[in-house]
Design a protein around this ligand. Structure first.
Ligand SMILES: [Cu+2]
Length: 300
């Protein structure tokens, strides 16, 4: 029994320690929109919703750590003070009104402290500010289709790049992470409100971009929606997040956030149905961004 309790205590201690490390761990240096090796914690937030999610996450983590430490302390105290040798005649108290009120009211207060920002966040996620751009994402087994209904209605499919396709981009100096890079990025302008209408053709999928705080089920026969306003140029990756079959892991989503100027040029090329020209514009913008990043890190 004592052994089991000690084991439980050790695991609680470890969990508390891990949580503490997770909270103080610095965000990985300058990497946006994709996971990095040995990462703990969340990807950097680049939209109002994602910032809110991370603030909420931090608040809840603090509450969890405090509760876990409190319970750990209580257990240690009880094991020490009420062991048989120190306390041979146990108390026979069964009720204590004050303590019972406290352990009812304190959890209620904690839940209210969590509920208020939680509902605020939910409200923000469903606020849908007036859109500057609407795109439609359709999940297929196993790739995504993207359509721009208010830009002339052009559409394209986004397939994951294989190693060969990735290498072509990498040779040009463009980042193309494995299992995340796709042949046709979703392109959106920076600092604009984008609504994403989401559906599926076959089975359930889920359109997710962690850095945007966007995660919405794609349901056949129904239209769901999410919105984001990306504050920073760059490319942000996500993966289908609803188990949809054998290639579920291989239908990533890549959203490239560019300046309005580049976006307009890209739209023109897409409207003209010139996929090569469209991708050339995007690759040029991507290269310029890499260059900027290099300059920024060189001057540090
Ligand atoms: Cu899927």
């Amino acid at each position: 029994m004592v052994n089991r309790l000690l084991g439980l205590l050790a695991w609680t201690g470890l969990a508390v320690l891990a949580t503490a490390v997770l909270m103080v761990a610095p965000a990985s240096a300058e990497v946006y929109g994709q996971p990095v090796d040995m990462q703990i914690g969340l990807q950097r937030a680049v939209t109002p919703v994602a910032h809110s999610i991370q603030e909420f996450y931090d608040l809840v983590t603090v509450i969890i750590v405090v509760i876990a430490l409190f319970v750990l302390g209580l257990m240690l105290y009880a094991m020490y003070a009420f062991s048989e040798s120190r306390n041979p005649n146990p108390s026979r108290v069964t009720h204590n009104t004050f303590i019972e009120v406290v352990w009812t009211v304190v959890p209620i207060i904690i839940l209210v402290i969590i509920a208020v920002p939680s509902f605020k966040l939910l409200n923000l996620q469903y606020s849908f500010p007036k859109p500057d751009l609407t795109i439609k994402a359709t999940g297929y087994q196993w790739y995504w289709g993207h359509e721009y209904p208010d830009q002339g209605g052009f559409s394209f499919d986004s397939y994951m790049l294989d190693d060969e396709g990735r290498q072509e981009l990498i040779d040009k100096g463009i980042d193309a992470p494995r299992n995340l890079a796709v042949d046709n990025d979703v392109v959106v302008p920076v600092n604009k409100v984008v609504h994403v209408l989401i559906t599926a053709e076959d089975v359930l999928h889920n359109w997710t971009i962690p850095a945007f705080g966007s995660k919405m089920d794609a349901v056949p026969g129904r239209l769901t929606a999410t919105w984001f306003k990306a504050e920073r140029e760059g490319v942000y990756y996500g993966q289908c997040s609803e188990l949809c079959g054998i290639n579920h892991a291989f239908m990533p989503i890549a959203v490239r956030v560019v300046s309005e100027d580049v976006f307009n040029k890209w739209v023109e090329a897409r409207k003209a149905d010139d996929e090569d020209a469209a991708n050339a514009i995007i690759h040029e913008a991507a290269l310029a961004l890499e260059q900027k990043k290099k300059l920024a890190s060189a001057t540090k």
